[in-house]
Design a binder for this molecule. Sequence first.
Ligand code: KIV
Length: 270
Amino acid sequence: MSQHSSSKQITNQDLLAMKARGEKITSLTAYDASFAHILDHAGIEMVLVGDSLGMVVQGQTSTVPVTVDEMVYHSRLVSRGLKRALLVTDLPFMSYPNPDLAVQNAGILMQQGHAHMVKLEGGQKILDSVHHIVNQGIPVCGHLGLLPQSVNQLGGYRVQGKDEAQASSLINDAISLEQAGASAIVVECIPATLAKKITDSVAIPIIGIGAGVQCDGQVLVSYDMLDITLGKRPKFSKNFIQDAGNISDAVKAYVNAVKQQQFPAAEHSF
Ligand code: KIV
């Protein structure tokens, strides 16, 4: 039996209403139809076709080599497995260097990848692109904190927003993204106290990964929480299959843990 009571398609407005009534939003990544079906059936509200596929599916050392064509391919596969969840697809590295290209590639992800929303990384530098994409009727999810597409500039995968100046610029970025029309924001690897401030500063949902339990929702790379990890599992993730025994029950355990605010615990936070 399905974990959720309704199979109505979830929209950006539903996510907004969930934040308003304090219901936690659950999200995991998927890269193919079979996994997408399991996530959908377990009650995940937001399925993300992350460019993390470059690392966990393609075995590359970063997300930088991933192309728009590859995102379209995986997004299309995932869309076939979903009935209820909102499908969010990443705009990959260099697919939004200016507003015109951003709109063009966002349109491709919607038309050919059947995405319901596109996600792009960054703050002030991408506001024009966000504004242009939203003006075309395409919902946008921002991504702040650790920006994996900028790993070469950041010099590694590190916790962001630890000092006062960085923290206040991340809060300003979140407010600016909301003003530019974003429907949600992922915040990655930032202190839990900062994530809470960001969550309280905007009306749109803040979805955390390595950002503490007080965000409006949580996202993880599904391969990490299912212990299908090529390297070491990140501190902010948790092995949900160990106790559950199978993929479907592991995803249901994750959904319950997020809804009950039992995940992430202090040991998964910064
Ligand atoms: O690419 C991805 O999977 C992501 C998540 C880490 C949020 O952006």
